[in-house]
Every structure is written in structure tokens, then in C-alpha cells.
Write a protein of this length. Structure first.
Length: 379
């Protein structure tokens, strides 16, 4: 087998004249996307091919029966959820264009790269799949490194997937310092022991929640509060968010409030997720997602900031009771930190001006004005 590679060290450019080279897609992607070249391309190139080119005569291409592949071996499977429909359609129409990479163990094959392609091929009831077979087979760490090297420049991993990858590296006894220095940059992560430990904690989460966090691409910094919650609370959160399905920023707000309320009031987060008024809103299927979220947000906001929420309710009632003209605006500070109240009049005619002033005069002798002043002077 002949592999022709041109490498220009001064620019970190790599080209290959071998159509099926395992790094071909990733290298092309790196050249087309300069921002993704933060990883040292030359180091990645030499390290990945070090194993593969030392003895290229034992790098075999052939078709392999699907039923001879050990799909239960998930060491190099870093994907949550089902394969993309676009990949399914491509395989159905054109077959497997990019061969999977396998290693033979006894009479079976284990996957290094191509779990999704194997899964789709099996689903389509294909009998064989084109494969590259490494012989002799690499160790577990090298298998994982080869997979990451092939995918890192054109594949975006969610934080849940990154946690899975780092956990598997730890499980196969890769030293912590090597995980931090070598593999975390490959996953676009800072070299940080704390960040590594946080990602390793994702292995503690229940499978359903991990799938939900992956599908909605929720960042680790948002869901890290789960690491300190008990199982019942985590399961309650999974059910709650699977029904509500808000965006990442809304996840952050709700989780922060729930966590802060539970710490302050010394109650379990599950008690908050199971509030009857909350469940009532979640069960109203006729509500739009935005309306459902806003109502739930109001409940949590009131519980997180009861005094502030009460002041806002009193303010709204006082303003209504003043019965001012619609063109008259009362301006106050939302945080209630200042006792200054300003009134703005907008008018185009004498009649509009007089009408607003008359209503202000009537309001000046009302209890509602006293209440309004009291709200800001003695909150």
C-alpha cells in the first residue's frame, strides 16, 4: 500500500494523494476553517500517523460482514442519540463511501472509527461494510486517540460527550496529566484539573438526563449544579425540563433559582419541581412554549425573590388605583433602591394636557399615592 503525503512544516499544511486516508477529511476541514487550527496540526499529524505508517503493509482494506463486528464494544463510541438523518440518507443512496476503521480481536472486529456508519448499515440490513483493519491492533488509548484525531477537526462534541470521552480515557488508565495536556486541547478545553474533574462528574448523571442535556446542547457551567443534588432531585429536573424544553439561558436562570431557593430554605430541589402550581402549568397542553415558560418563571422568581416580587405587585396595584391618563407615565427604579418617582406627560393639545393634569390632581388626594410613596420610602 502506498501513502503519499506532502507536509510543509513552516505552515502546518498537510495534503495527501491517498483518497481514503483516515485523516483526509479532518485535514481538509482544518485548512478550510482556520479558527479550528488552534490544535497544533503538525503534532497531531505526526502522532496519529506514527502508529499507522510504521508498518503500512499491515494496514488492510477489505469488506467485512456486519455480523462479525462487535457492536457492544463501545470504547470509541462518543456519540449520544441517533445518527443524523442526512447520514442515513447518504448511506441509503450511495452506500459507505468512507470506510470504517476496525481492529480484529480473535474472530471478531472492534470499531475504532465508524460506529454510526455500522449502526446505519445494520439498520439497512447491509451484509458487508468496507473497512480498514489495523493489524496488529493498537491499545485502548491509541484506539481512542485515532478516533479523536479523525473527528476533531470536523466534529463538534457537546459537553456531555466531552465528559464521556474524558471518563473513558480515565477508565483505561491514561494518566491524569496526559489527559489534561494532550486530550483536553483536542476537545477545545482549557488545560485545567478542575475542568477535568467537572467533566468526569457527568458520568454520575442518569442516562436520560445526559441524553436531554446533549440533545439541547446545554453547557457544563449550566448543569453542574446537578452534581450536588440527590438522585430524586435530578430525576425530577429531567422530567421538568423534558416537558418545558427551554433554551440554554433559560435553563441557567431556572436552575440557579431552584438551587438558591433549596439552599436558602433547606428543602430538596425535587420539592420545587413538584409544586402543584408548576405541574398544573406543565400539563396545560394548549399553552405555547413561551407562555408556559413565562408563567413558570414567575412562580420561581416569586419564590426566589419574595420581597421584591411583593413590592412589584404592590406597585402595580397602586399605579392602577391612581387612575392616571394612558399618556401619563410614572417612572420608578425597578430595583426599588431609590425613592425618587418621576411623572412624564405627553400631549399635543391643550385638552390632552388639561385632562392629564386633572387626573393628577385627583390622584394627589388619594390613598393610592400615599401607598406609592410608601413603597419606595419604606420598602
Amino acid at each position: 500500500m502506498l501513502v503519499c503525503i506532502d507536509f510543509i512544516a513552516s505552515h502546518g499544511k498537510i495534503t495527501t494523494r491517498y483518497q481514503h486516508h483516515p485523516l483526509r477529511r479532518g485535514i481538509a476541514s482544518a485548512q478550510n476553517h482556520p479558527k479550528k487550527q488552534q490544535v497544533n496540526c503538525r503534532e497531531l499529524f505526526h502522532e496519529t500517523l506514527d502508529y499507522m505508517i510504521k508498518d503500512s503493509s499491515k494496514y488492510i482494506f477489505k469488506s467485512v460482514p456486519i455480523n462479525s463486528i462487535d457492536c457492544d464494544d463501545q470504547l470509541t463510541c462518543f456519540t449520544f442519540g441517533e445518527p443524523a438523518d442526512s447520514l442515513k440518507q447518504s448511506v441509503e443512496e450511495f452506500g459507505i463511501i468512507h470506510p470504517v476503521t476496525l481492529v480484529q480481536v480473535a474472530n471478531r472486529f472492534r470499531i475504532i472509527c465508524g460506529h454510526r456508519r455500522v449502526k446505519i448499515s445494520s439498520h439497512l440490513q447491509l451484509m458487508e461494510i468496507p473497512a480498514r483493519i489495523l493489524d496488529p491492533g493498537p491499545n485502548d488509548e491509541t484506539r481512542m486517540m485515532l478516533n479523536l484525531s479523525e473527528n476533531q477537526l470536523h466534529r463538534h462534541y457537546s459537553d456531555i460527550e466531552k465528559g464521556l470521552i474524558l471518563f473513558k480515557l480515565s477508565e483505561v488508565k491514561v494518566p491524569e496529566i496526559r489527559i489534561i495536556d494532550k486530550y483536553m486541547p483536542m476537545l477545545s478545553l482549557e488545560k485545567s484539573k478542575k475542568l477535568l474533574n467537572d467533566h468526569l462528574h457527568t458520568s454520575q448523571l442518569v442516562p436520560g438526563l445526559k441524553t436531554l442535556l446533549h440533545d439541547m446542547n446545554i453547557p457544563l457551567r449550566v448543569f453542574s449544579v446537578f452534581f450536588d443534588w440527590n438522585t430524586k432531585s435530578v430525576e425530577a429536573a429531567e422530567l421538568f425540563f423534558s416537558l418545558l424544553r427551554p433554551g440554554a439561558n433559560k435553563w441557567r436562570d431556572l436552575l440557579e433559582w431552584v438551587d438558591e431557593i433549596s439552599v436558602r430554605d433547606k428543602i430538596s430541589p425535587s420539592n420545587l419541581f413538584e409544586l402543584p402550581e408548576l405541574q398544573s402549568i406543565l400539563n396545560q397542553n394548549d399553552l405555547s412554549p413561551n407562555v408556559r415558560y413565562d408563567r413558570i418563571r414567575q412562580i420561581f422568581h416569586f419564590k426566589r425573590y419574595p420581597i421584591l416580587s411583593d413590592l412589584r405587585v404592590r406597585l402595580a396595584r397602586s399605579l392602577d388605583a391612581l387612575k392616571l391618563d394612558d399618556k401619563t407615565k410614572v417612572h420608578v427604579q425597578d430595583s426599588f433602591e431609590s425613592d425618587e418617582i418621576s411623572i412624564e406627560l405627553k400631549f399635543r393639545t391643550r385638552e390632552e394636557f388639561v385632562n392629564q393634569v386633572e387626573k393628577l390632581v385627583r390622584a394627589s388626594d388619594s390613598e393610592a399615592l400615599d401607598e406609592l410613596i410608601c413603597i419606595f420610602k419604606y420598602p
